[in-house]
Unconditional design. Structure first.
Length: 166
């Protein structure tokens, strides 16, 4: 089959334009990741930029396994160190979902170093196993504990079926 020169030229031009759009999108994500790392005083290494981009692109909390499979060149020790650093700097938080696998999600703008303000529930879908932060839903205040109790942490886990699986 012979493809006319005009069609070939058009297809090449279209492919080139799509490639340039993908490059711009990638550069915007890298730039955003670098801004985030700079805002918390962390060096902008390739590994950290990749991790922040992964969290920026994700619509749900990420398990260690999902992170490892997405960032192939990363060894576990480096991954764990960076996750601990990100958590202590207020970039990510553990998304407790009632499973035995820890998951992590980006913090909102109210979190700061050693001061997480993620007082929102996490929804765990029993069908697809995704966990999402429901930041628009506030947890009830638990300030009236019985005498002798000291509250250090709260986790509200909601489980059921997500909109994608309904």
């Amino acid at each position: 089959m012979i493809i006319p020169l005009k069609v070939t030229s058009f297809l090449f031009s279209l492919l080139h334009s799509l490639t340039r759009l993908e490059e711009r999108s990638y550069l915007c994500r890298v730039s955003r990741a670098q801004e985030i790392l700079k805002s918390v005083g962390l060096s902008k290494t390739e590994t950290r930029i990749g991790l922040v981009n992964l969290f920026l692109q994700s619509t749900s909390a990420l398990s260690l396994q999902a992170i490892e499979s997405s960032l192939e060149k990363l060894d576990r020790i480096t991954l764990y160190r960076n996750l601990r650093t990100f958590e202590s700097k207020g970039l990510i938080h553990k998304a407790v979902d009632g499973t035995t696998h820890p998951k992590y999600a980006l913090c909102d703008a109210h979190c700061a170093e050693h001061n997480h303000q993620d007082n929102h529930p996490h929804f765990h879908c029993r069908k697809c196993q995704k966990t999402v932060c429901l930041e628009e839903v506030q947890t009830p205040s638990l300030s009236a504990l019985p005498k002798g109790y000291s509250l250090e942490d709260t986790n509200l886990i909601l489980s059921g079926t997500c909109p994608d699986c309904s």
